[in-house]
Design a protein around this ligand. Structure first.
Ligand code: ASP
Length: 618
């Protein structure tokens, strides 16, 4: 917080929340909102609130009749200014819950600065649930309440720490424009029609990707920005149409130097923002994408609990007699499982529910095996399991059960990636329901070496798994170069499809916090990569011409990352929805309920733009 004295203004000598016993006998002037008001006849008690906290003000009709009279009609949320003397509270009336609880201010002057209607919800009661649309419509009142106010203060401290750490490491903060040409990140662009050039549009940046790479060509060496990004996609808890990224790029780097800096920065910013939250493991564990998939069934593993995936196939004989397992294995699929501790006594209805969920996640079914404390098993497939198989399942999944009810094995048989992902999702859901994760712990990790491309069967082409500017790992450069033939006629069997990218995600408690890569900085290679992704040369030049051209004027090797500021802040504030760390977020359908946006433009705005809206078919 700023120095006490720096917060003084014409209306106040002090702020409400900062007064302490050591201020006793001082004459102070305060201003703020009436948080609570208690009328005891000739004595009126006011809890006066500002951003810094609450202090009790007492006005006595006997000694300050005018001040007392001024408060007769005053109600909660009125804004007042008071003047008086800081007085120690009588013994026994101190309030230990309030930092100012040892004192009160005996006011002899009260001025009403502004009145308030009765607010649509209580500002001074923070545990009563309020409909979110009411909170959003009156966001300025919600922001007055302690929880949201504190989260925004925390976010501000986090962004300040981000700026400090970057400056300490030689980064330059550069603002890139909002009205640009499309920089794709896989979502739909928001577009802004140009008035001066009718028929043409700007796109709002999905990220400053191309511009930050151009800044590297320009020689800025280390860039960062707290960048607003816009993506027109369907909203979820961790998505908003506009959001903020910590965007950075560095020159003359390889993957380990980017990750090295980013990890140091993330640790430092986290410590400065939430020194009270323990980090599970430093340095951050690093997984390849393949390893993360095999062990956690996810490219964003939550490491706060175990329940790692088990390869049951390896434990079972090639032919078990259980058709589902045998068929899947014959067709190259996998039998994977997780072991849920303490769930050996699972009820039939729970199994039905889990099976339903597994199917929703894409599995054709779910097999359960309850491991009993006495070493026996219960399972619908028990008759297919020989004593050796049972023993193998026990040992592959971690041995004897320590839980009195035994443990539960949930198995999914299916295609390699799908079987892992289904269990990965069940793992997260089960852990959430059973409160397996310590909510205080921050478990960071890296996931890297993602496939460069994924095959899009529908459009018969390769697409970038991350962003199209990522470079392959050095040992796979050849795969791109040797993929020959007509690049516009690709097939799922192309050697380039096996290339891994120098691409990395930083993950926190099961959320993808951010992702980045070392970039291709060679024009020919980038054109080749675009061609593999089905762009004609003309198309690539039309979309990314500036970057391709710039690479002909001396491009340094470079790489970077972008980290979601709201996701990071939400996780540090123990929130599951990023709206809870945004001042003025939008609803699920993209509306700002307070400003009532989006809204219809004036007819003149349309005509200035040379546009008209087609009547909607109803
Ligand atoms: N521009 C990328 C993104 O928004 C991040 C990066 O590669 O630096 O995901």
């Amino acid at each position: 917080m700023a120095e006490k004295g720096l917060l003084a203004t014409g209306l106040r000598s002090d702020v409400c929340g900062a007064l302490r016993a050591s201020d006793a006998e001082r004459r102070v002037r305060l201003a703020g909102w009436i948080h609570r008001r208690r009328d005891h006849g000739s004595l009126v008690f006011i809890d006066l609130r500002d951003r810094y906290g609450i202090v009790q003000v007492v006005v006595d009709a006997a000694t300050a009749p005018e001040a007392h009279a001024a408060l007769v009609d005053a109600r909660i949320e009125w804004v007042i200014a008071v003047e008086g003397v800081v007085t120690p509270r009588r013994a026994g009336t101190e309030n230990e819950k309030l930092p100012t609880g040892a004192i009160e201010v005996s006011a002899d002057s009260v001025r009403i600065l502004s009145q308030s209607k009765t607010p649509p919800f209580y500002i001074n009661e923070t545990d009563s649930p309020i409909d979110e649309s009411v909170r959003l419509k009156h966001r300025y009142l919600d922001l007055r309440r302690e929880p949201l106010r504190d989260r925004l203060l925390m976010r501000s401290a986090m962004v300040q720490a981000i700026r400090e750490v970057h400056h300490e490491h030689g980064f330059v903060e550069v603002e890139t424009p909002i009205l640009i040409k499309s920089t794709p990140e896989g979502a739909r662009d928001f577009i802004v029609p140009s008035r001066l050039q009718p028929g043409s549009v700007y796109a709002l940046p999905q990220s400053p990707q191309q511009m930050k790479q151009l800044l590297m060509v320009a020689g800025f060496d280390r860039y960062f920005q707290i960048a607003r990004c816009f993506r027109d996609e369907d909203l979820r808890g961790d998505r908003q149409p506009e959001f903020t990224q910590l965007d950075l790029e560095m020159s003359f780097v390889d993957e380990s130097s980017v990750r090295g800096f980013v990890e140091q920065m993330v640790i430092e910013v986290t410590k400065r923002t939430r020194p009270d939250r323990p980090m599970q493991q430093l340095p951050f564990p690093v997984f390849t994408y393949e390893e993360a998939l095999e062990r956690y069934g996810s490219d964003k593993p939550d490491l706060r609990y175990g329940m790692e995936l088990i390869d049951l196939g390896a434990a079972l004989p090639a032919a078990t007699g259980f058709k589902v397992f045998d068929d899947v294995r014959a067709s190259g699929g996998r039998i994977r499982a997780i072991r849920v501790p303490g769930k050996g006594g699972v009820a039939r209805s729970e199994i039905d529910d889990l099976t339903e969920r597994a199917k929703r996640h894409g599995a054709s079914g779910l097999v359960w095996i309850a491991l009993q404390p006495d070493g026996e098993i219960k399972s619908p497939i028990a008759k297919f399991l020989s004593p050796e198989s049972v023993a193998a399942i026990w040992s592959a999944s971690g041995g004897k059960s320590t839980a009195p009810e035994g443990d539960l094995i949930l198995a999914v048989a299916g295609e390699r990636v799908l079987s892992a992902e289904v269990l990965g999702r069940l793992r997260v859901e089960i852990a959430l329901e059973a409160n397996m994760a310590d909510p205080e712990i921050l478990a960071f990790c890296w996931v890297h070496r993602f496939p460069m491309y994924q095959w899009e069967a529908e459009s018969s082409r390769w697409d970038a798994t991350h962003n199209p500017f990522s470079a392959p790992v050095p040992e796979h450069l050849d795969l791109l170069a040797t993929t020959s033939g007509d690049l516009s006629k690709r097939s799922a069997g192309d050697p380039a499809g096996g290339a891994l990218a120098q691409q990395y995600d930083v993950v926190l408690n099961g959320w993808e916090l951010g992702g980045g890569s070392v970039r291709i900085h060679d024009r020919a290679l980038l054109e080749r990569s675009f061609a593999l992704m089905g762009h004609s040369l003309d198309d690539a030049r039309a979309k990314f011409g500036a970057l391709l051209d710039a690479f002909e004027y001396g491009a340094p090797p470079h790489g970077g990352i972008a980290i979601g500021v709201e996701r990071w802040a939400a996780l540090l504030a123990n929130q599951v929805n990023i709206r809870e760390v945004m001042a003025f977020p939008k609803t699920q359908s993209g509306s700002d309920l307070m400003l009532e946006a989006p809204s219809e433009p004036d007819a003149k705005q349309w005509s200035d733009l040379g546009l008209a809206v087609k009547p909607q078919k109803s």
